[in-house]
Design a protein around this ligand. Structure first.
Ligand code: BJW
Ligand code: ZN
Length: 292
């Protein structure tokens, strides 16, 4: 791993550790610690493959013994519902410049352009439904005594699937925030009026989304860090592992003793951290984890 990434991990890990309450060490942890599960496929996988059957079996038995599970998701889980990712072949950042659309400076410079882009994304996302991977994550919440979902996705599909114990750490595209009074309200208008104004104070509304250079909500960081530090298993699904602080979350869980399982169609800069990797589509693989 390049030195720059290692030091970023350390920086963000320190930040999150400071923000977190102290995690509990589960008695189940020690068994799980001992198990470095598998084979990690080194080559790019065909569209849908998975690790060996025994890998899957080991992950299932590790999950069966786990009391505390944290799931971290990224755009890949919603790609299976038809929501574009950011960095894939058809990813949003291949077509658009993040600096023009997803920074506070961009919004200050041209709020109309930014809202038009979000309007387009709202129109697209409004037509999408959760897929079996979202459903499986939602059912994990019911299965494990301690469970937390950390999603980087703003599309709300985890909530639509029924997940409630979650932090949407990059915000939610169906919420707006006033740039003056800072109130946050749900807004599902499609299309949304451009430029939308706050009903309380008349101020300009912005998407309730965390843009580059903006801090994540302290409460989300605290809840995430607490969950990561106390998890027996940390499942990382469909994220490129490039955007901090989430890119450092696997390392926090690992350092605290969790067994790390990565599910992705590709390898990522974080794959080496994983105790087990399953290569393939989230919608095919995540539901398999729960089968007996
Ligand atoms: C599948 C699949 C299938 C596909 N099945 N898998 C230098 C050093 C350290 C830090 C920084 C730095 N310079 C800047 C920073 C900080 C910055 C950052 O990390 N930048 C990096 C790019 C370097 N981070 C921030 O600014 C964050 N704030 C912060 O850190 O505050 C403190 C601070 C600020 C500044 C300096 C220092 C400290 C805020 C980050 C906000 C990110 N916001 C976005 C966009 C919001 C716009 C919107 O959505 O409307 O959030 S960026 C974009 O990336 C989006 C995503 O949530 C996020 C992560 O992407 P994700 O989910 O991983 O998607 P992809 O597309 O990258 O990957 C998809 C993956 O799925 C791939 O791996 C595929 O293989 C896989 N896949 N199909 C399974 N079917
Ligand atoms: Zn207001």
């Amino acid at each position: 791993m390049p030195h720059s990434l290692r030091s970023k991990d350390a920086y963000y890990s320190r930040l999150s550790l400071r923000a977190a309450s102290i995690g509990l060490i589960s008695p189940h942890r020690h068994n799980l610690l001992a198990c470095r599960l598998t084979t990690q496929p080194q080559q790019a996988a065909p569209p849908t493959t998975m690790g060996t059957g025994s890998t899957l079996q080991l992950i299932r038995s590790t999950l069966a013994a786990a009391r505390s599970v944290t799931v971290l998701t990224g755009a890949g889980i919603s790609a299976d519902s038809g929501v574009p990712t950011f960095r894939g072949a058809d990813g949003l950042w291949r077509q658009y410049r993040a600096e023009d659309l997803a920074t506070p400076e961009a919004f200050e410079r041209d709020p109309r352009l930014v809202w038009e882009w979000y309007n387009w994304r709202r129109e697209l996302i409004a037509t999408k439904r959760p897929n079996p991977a979202h459903d499986a994550v939602a059912s994990m919440e019911r299965r494990f005594e301690h469970f937390w979902l950390i999603t980087q996705n703003v599309d709300g599909l985890h909530r639509d699937a029924g997940s409630r114990r979650l932090s949407e750490i990059h915000g939610n595209i169906w919420k707006v925030r006033c740039t003056d009074c800072r109130c946050i309200v749900e807004n599902r208008d499609v299309p949304i009026a451009i430029l939308p104004l706050c009903q309380s104070c008349g101020g300009l509304l912005r998407p309730h989304i965390v843009w580059f250079g903006e801090s994540l909500a302290a409460e989300d960081l605290e809840k995430s860090a607490a969950a990561l530090q106390s998890s027996d298993v940390c499942l990382i699904v469909g994220t490129s592992g490039l955007v901090y602080p989430a890119a450092g979350f696997g390392a926090i869980a690992k350092q605290a003793g969790a067994c790390i399982v990565e599910i992705n169609i590709d390898s990522t800069p974080r794959s080496n951290l994983a105790d087990a990797t399953l290569q393939g589509r989230a919608r095919d693989l995540v539901p398999l984890l729960l089968e007996a």
